[in-house]
Ligand binder design. Structure first.
Ligand SMILES: *[C@@H]1O[C@H](CO)[C@@H](O)[C@H](O)[C@H]1NC(C)=O
Length: 228
């Protein structure tokens, strides 16, 4: 009895370690293509890392792996889009789904301080793991900076965002998948250690914004950038 207990404990330790070691850690200088909307032509695609929506099929991800690409899978953690097939699960959590994101009017802001969001996010992360995505991007974690959320009577704060981000990073790692921090570069020095890479939109448009990645980059983690 004692012996079998011990070996179970040992096995659990070993599988935890191999999970952690298997985590994909992209390096500074990796090339990247952000392709949420259209198809990727593998014959001409040069980027080493491709980002696609988590709703894409496992067989497509396998095709990308077969030619040596790494795959980041996208989902939104700060909003719920009308087309998601788990939208009803979000609506079933009291207080979770809030007002419309004006720039993307098929999306509604989520109050991610509500505990009931956690199993839903974990389910999405597990979906990404089951499809063999190498990493995930959890979008729209910048709610506290957005005017629609600032207008709530109980707006999400910067500190509450930091708490949520640390939870996202730790949870992804505990499930064995790498995770990128999307935007919120003003928080990167506080939460960067919980993330394996960053994704930034348009930091060069704003004074000094790209510079906020200095320490993160110096720690050997890449920032994948998109300019519009
Ligand atoms: C998959 O996600 C993309 C956005 O990333 C969306 O345009 C598309 O409608 C989604 N497809 C399905 C079947 O949900």
């Amino acid at each position: 009895m004692k012996f079998s207990l011990l070996s179970t404990a040992l096995l659990a330790t070993i599988s935890f370690v191999s999970n952690a070691e298997a985590l994909w850690k992209p390096t500074v200088g990796s090339t990247w293509n952000y392709v949420l909307g259209h198809k990727i032509n593998l014959a001409t695609e040069k980027a080493e890392v491709l980002e696609i929506d988590v709703n894409k099929s496992a067989s497509l991800i396998q095709e990308y792996h077969n030619v040596g690409k790494k795959v980041i899978c996208y989902f939104s953690g700060g909003t719920i889009e009308d087309f998601r097939d788990d939208k009803k699960d979000y609506e079933a959590v009291p207080g979770l789904v809030r007002n419309t994101y004006e720039a993307w009017d098929d999306e509604k802001w989520l109050d991610f301080r509500i505990e009931g969001i956690k199993p839903l996010i974990i389910k999405r992360m597990k979906l990404a793991v089951s499809k063999n995505c190498d990493g995930i991007e959890v979008d729209n974690v910048d709610a506290y900076q957005m005017k629609e959320v600032k207008s709530w009577t109980d707006p999400i704060t910067r500190e509450q965002t930091v708490v949520f981000l640390k939870w996202l990073g730790s949870t992804a790692h505990s499930l064995g998948i790498s995770i990128g921090l999307k935007n919120v570069n003003g928080l990167i020095d506080e939460v960067g250690q919980y993330f394996d890479f960053a994704i930034n939109e348009d930091c060069h448009h704003y004074n000094d914004e790209c510079r906020k990645y200095k320490n993160f980059l110096a720690s050997g983690k890449p920032v994948f950038a998109v300019a519009y």
